[in-house]
Design a protein around this ligand. Sequence first.
Ligand code: PEP
Length: 254
Amino acid sequence: MRKPIIAANWKLNKGPSSTEDFLRSFLSEVNKQSFGVDIVIAPSFVSLSKASELLSSETKVQLAAQNVSEHDSGAYTGEVSVMMLKELFLSYVIIGHSERRALYGETDQVINAKIKKAREANFRPIFCIGETLEERESGKLEDVLRTQITQGLLDIPEKDLTETVVAYEPVWAIGTGVTATSEQAQEAHAFVRSVLKDLYGEAASQKVRIQYGGSVKPANAKELLSQPDIDGALVGGASLEPSSFFEIIRNSAE
Ligand code: PEP
């Protein structure tokens, strides 16, 4: 039985003070009951210390970074290493988000190096994959996903795979308000799991949590999460307000 994971990706939003405002309001709701899902929040780097301070005594909400360097130290201006993140109360790192692939040129090879680095430091990678609309419409969906998975997980042993969350995020659904239908999402998730099975075998593939991301909102979370291979959601826009992120969690847990 895979425990669902609902994660907030705040992208370039919320400095330390609005992070604190969000968390105080969100925790006051979340702490009233149990949901049986893992709840994760990924603020910007500059807000991680504040969030770490506020969440270190919490058991219900875990923290993620939105990115990490594949290097340990040195002349890499603007980068943040896993050892720096180790000083914080942090469990997950988002790796290979489509915005990092498209805007910052992250290749499957860089993403693979980042996953390895995150695992060396015992962080759980949230490994993002997904196709563009053009790729989907030209019949390349499966080739694109298979390549991203195979290259991204190259030489990653099974023990690290099962600590990794895969986030299937069709690029055409991210930040657009267009959500994949639950059938489209389920079909892609089942395909992702079949590729994991080819690479690692049935038992390991059944242990991996596969999140859906792309315009998840309170109104569609429940239906998406009710699909057999959808084990959670990675939420951008709708995670910025405590009430709407809370509602997604509540609806997913029902
Ligand atoms: C994301 O940032 O990963 C995402 C899915 O964004 P949105 O929910 O806004 O589409």
